[in-house]
Design a protein around this ligand. Structure first.
Ligand code: TPP
Length: 663
């Protein structure tokens, strides 16, 4: 495989190692996607051997370039690259165990399974938008820390990624913010699953990206010199760059290349054998000849000097800045936020506030964003409604990344995915707002935040029919239940200003769990007026008002309906029915408590009724077979909020009646 004239291994031979590993791993697994890795092997070889700044000996080096495989079905491209460049945990055994239980080589790349997998990808377009968030985080940190954070973000995206709406939103945002360190390598092979992309698409991608404010050009993805020249231009550009790399899907498989047949199935023994001939790759499956392996290892070793130089620069920089930088990267902020929230809660207890919880959230953010400069806020064009911007925050703008607030525009999906990218990048804790009903527009990214275990905070205001006149299009009904169904997502619905601050503390302290904080548009009284020992929301649910006299009823509630529950208690107590009110800001944290605590909070010997101005779906698990739930059975309506609560029967009287039925 050596180039006879120079004695050096050719880049084509290095790329063929990727191709061989991809087809052999897919063959061994009996499933997978050989086409994309085989098609993009040349482009990836140019990137990884000449451009990408990385060091397999220190894969988490903070100033490494980020490489995101947005077209996650082509996972073998990434696994082969990580293996060949010498990432210790990506052994040949792992390649051989592609798609098997417990391997690092899952069907689609999963962040955390192996070093160098910068994001979990597969749902098309997400990785693209993650990369926009990474590139933004890089600029924001660069503005503060200069040369300590000075790297690029590369993405491999396919036709599918670029068809997905999320990439359109994210590309538009990246162009607007002029994220010039972002380069997208578009695998422009013109083929997706159904066949040629012309079946479904006829837009001009280059012109589309140019219109977004990108530098965009077409390049032959099998001409390494041309790819390198295009990458040079991308690096020099003052805009984000799209290189539409014309490639042949399944390059090297003589009978399947160029067609959908190469996309997502094992090629089959005959075709693999034919490809070995076509590619001049006579080696056994999973065997990489020493000279080619050595060339790849040399490419992997390229970044070591830069990494060491960076470490020296860090050691040499001003002590305060170094401290701040290291602190910014550290994951644990629990003590900082605990102290900030404790002081804030003390002030609220001294001077109670009747405010909407969205306003309470803003009050908390005033304190928290000051204590934690790494908080990067934003909203999808609802800043004044979501109350996400603390007064001192400065907008991030094209060429001016010194702020900490992102104007995401009306792009909820890209906002959510970009926040994931910022969290993946490190050094940032992103939060962003929209209406709770529009978390539907964010949901695929919220799910991935949960799957990846990212600290991303979704501020979801206007959280019920309580938003009033905007009507059923804007009134979430099923959203709490559907978000509570996502594993590893904390859904908070605080009842008042104190709980709102406490929930913010919990969201910020949760290093490996994203949070949705559901907040009201309408004012709520402050339920918590006495000092408490610590953060009561931390247990998910707690006794807010104990029964007077013999305890015969328990009313569970979240958010604005805690006030309804307290009013129901007044009615019932007047009738001699001792009633406890349990505030339940987080089902997930409550579920994590031990049996004894849960039994102590929800007394099964009493009549149990829940109230929430949302679908009652799921409450049966809390109230038990004999219990009741007062909530919404269908969509809301357009009217002032008090009229709606009466119309839909989400009232203290209805709760009291439901209790009486069960006494
Ligand atoms: C959101 C989403 N929808 C659908 C799929 C299923 N899917 C996986 S790959 C693919 C086609 C992608 O085509 P392209 O990006 O051109 O990849 P290539 O054929 O070049 O490998 C589809 C529809 C997915 N992974 N994610």
């Amino acid at each position: 495989m050596s180039d006879s004239a120079t004695g050096q291994v050719s880049e084509r031979a290095m790329a063929n190692a990727i191709r061989a590993l991809a087809m052999d791993a897919v063959e061994a697994a009996g499933s997978g996607h050989p086409g994309m890795p085989m098609g993009m092997a040349d482009v990836a070889t140019v990137l990884f051997t000449r451009y990408l700044k990385f060091d397999p000996a220190a894969p988490d080096w903070p100033d490494r370039d980020r490489f995101v495989l947005s077209a996650g079905h082509g996972s073998m491209l990434l696994y082969a690259l990580l293996h060949l460049t010498g990432h210790a945990d990506m052994t040949m055994d792992e390649i051989g165990n592609f798609r098997r239980l417990g391997s690092r080589t899952a069907g689609h790349p999963e962040h955390g399974h192996a070093a160098g997998v910068e994001a979990t990808t597969g749902p098309l377009g997400q990785g693209f938008a993650n990369a926009v968030g990474m590139a933004l985080a890089e600029r924001v940190l660069n503005a503060r820390f200069g040369g300590l954070v000075d790297h690029r973000t590369y993405v491999v995206a396919g036709d599918g990624c670029l068809m997905e709406g999320i990439s359109h939103e994210a590309a538009s945002l990246a162009g607007h913010l002029r994220l010039d360190r972002l380069t997208v390598l578009f695998d422009d092979n013109g083929v997706s699953i159904d066949g040629p992309t012309s079946l479904a698409q006829s837009d001009d991608t280059i012109k589309r990206f140019e219109a977004y404010g990108w530098a965009a050009e077409r390049v032959d993805g099998h001409d390494n010199a041309a790819v390198a020249a295009a990458l040079d231009r991308a690096r020099a550009s003052d805009r984000p760059s799209l290189l539409a790399c014309r490639t042949t899907i399944g390059f090297g498989a003589p009978n399947k290349q160029g067609a959908a047949a190469a996309h997502g199935a094992a090629l089959g023994a005959d075709e693999v054998a034919a490809a070995r001939v076509e590619l001049d790759w006579p080696h056994e499956p999973f065997v990489v000849p020493d000279d080619i392996r050595a060339a790849w290892r040399a490419a992997g070793a390229r970044g070591g000097a830069a990494r060491r130089a960076w470490e020296d620069a860090l050691a040499a920089c001003d002590g305060d800045l170094r401290e701040e930088f290291l602190d910014r990267l550290a994951g644990d902020v629990s003590e900082t936020v605990r102290a900030a929230v404790a002081a804030h809660v003390e002030a609220l207890i001294a001077e109670p506030r009747t405010v909407a919880t969205r306003k309470a959230s803003e009050l908390a953010l005033e304190v928290l964003t000051r204590a934690l400069p790494r908080m990067i806020g934003g909203s999808a064009d609802l800043t004044g409604s979501n109350n996400t911007r603390a007064k001192a925050m400065k907008d991030i703008a094209a060429g001016d990344y010194g702020g900490s607030y992102v104007r995401y525009g009306v792009r909820e999906h890209a906002m959510a995915a970009a926040m994931n990218g910022m969290a993946l990048h490190g050094g940032a804790i992103p939060y962003g707002g929209t209406f709770l009903v529009f978390t539907d527009y964010c949901r695929p990214s919220i799910r991935l935040a949960a799957l990846m275990g990212l600290r991303v905070i979704f501020v979801a205001t206007h959280d019920s029919i309580g938003l009033g006149e905007d009507g059923p299009t804007h009134q979430p009904v099923e959203h709490l239940a559907s978000l509570r169904a996502i594993p590893n997502l904390n859904v908070f619905r605080p009842a008042d200003a104190v709980e709102t601050a406490e929930c913010w503390e919990l969201a910020l302290a949760a290093r490996a769990t994203p949070s949705v904080i559901a907040l009201t548009r309408q004012s709520v009284p402050q339920a918590r007026t006495g000092a408490a020992d610590g953060n009561l929301c931390a247990r998910g649910a707690y006794v807010l008002r104990e029964a007077d006299g013999e305890r015969r009823a328990t009313v569970l509630a979240s958010g604005s309906e805690v006030a309804v529950a307290v009013a129901a208690r007044d009615i019932l107590q007047a009738e001699g029915v001792g009633t406890r009110v349990v505030s339940m800001p987080s089902w997930e944290l409550f579920a994590a408590q031990d049996d004894a605590y849960r039994a102590s909070a929800i007394d099964r010997g009493t009549a149990i009724v829940a109230v929430e101005a949302a679908s009652t779906f799921g409450w049966a698990a809390m109230v038990g077979d004999a219990g009741g739930a007062v909530g919404m059975a269908g969509f809301g309506a357009s009217a002032p909020h008090k009229a709606l609560y009466n119309h839909f029967g989400v009232t203290a009287e209805a709760v009291a009646a439901a209790v009486r039925e069960r006494l």
